[in-house]
Design a protein around this ligand. Sequence first.
Ligand code: PLP
Ligand code: COI
Length: 344
Amino acid sequence: MKTPDIKWEELPFGYVPTDYNVRCTFKDGKWGEIEVSDSEYIPIHIAATCLHYGQESFEGLKAFRGKDGKVRVFRMEENARRFIRSAEGIKMEPMPEELFCEMVRKVVKLNERFIPPYGSGASLYIRPFEIGLSPRVGVKPADEYMVVMLVTPVGPYFKTGFKPCKVCLSREYDRVAPKGTGSIKIGGNYAASLVAGEKAHDLGYAVMLYMDPKEKKYLDECGAANFFGIRGNSYITPDSESILPSITNKSIRQLAEDMGMTVERRHVPYEELETFEEAGNCGTAAVISPIGEIFDLDNGRKFTYCPDGTPGPKSTMLYNKLRGIQLGEEPDTHGWCEIIEFND
Ligand code: PLP
Ligand code: COI
């Protein structure tokens, strides 16, 4: 097995071609066999529903090379279940959980040489997606679908990694509607976030933090990660119909409880920003990204955390615990990781 010529420690969160992807098509009312492809392209009909009416959903999960050399995939059943909910939310065919997991195992095994080594800080990002294939001109769901899973080795999502980043907030932009598609993971939500996201970047911020789209009173989430704040011994994170239920956040809530913290998952009013001692973003790509500053573009208010430039103690503890479990350094007491067997 030839090791790819990649500087693992310097990898950004980007696309690096790998050896294979896996695909599975839903046709004539049933899912077919898992196919292996070495092509980075898919031939699709020019009138396919994914191109015209946004029938596209995706997932993001990671495989890690552990301290013991073993490869662990983190909580893939949770991604499989969310993938089902996303498909149902835009009238696509849901992929059965076991088939999803089979595809994940297969694509990881096929690309073993691209799994970053332990200690590099990088991991193998797995990106499943589903698209509607049938040609339609009227607005109607397809009856043929394809699920593709690609993998790519990645480094940190935010350039700062586990160092405080700067975030901005504005009520001028929504990525989703109050009772819209925010709680599922579909491409359209991300298209709707691009203008605000680029504005944040142009102004020197890592990301835009959205307010709830109905009342603009409560914190929602960032474009690609959930938000949390820490005050005293409490881990506080928004509950909202318009945010994605993050698997990382769910795991951190459990870890916070395990550590004796109080977990509050509820509406989080804007005014609470000034009461937090620590704040952060969390997600598969973001892991835990501490926030050093939140700047309100609408009124010029600035909320600062981590005054000495280092992440706060609670965020650091949670980060170390989560990474430790993913890398096989800490006991996986909740059974979150599946070890991939390479010699069967
Ligand atoms: N929120 C949004 C909008 C996301 O795109 C993501 C990434 O998947 C998350 C939150 C974090 O979710 P998870 O921890 O399941 O990756
Ligand atoms: C993830 O965290 O997996 C995401 O999907 C976030 C982003 C890259 C869209």
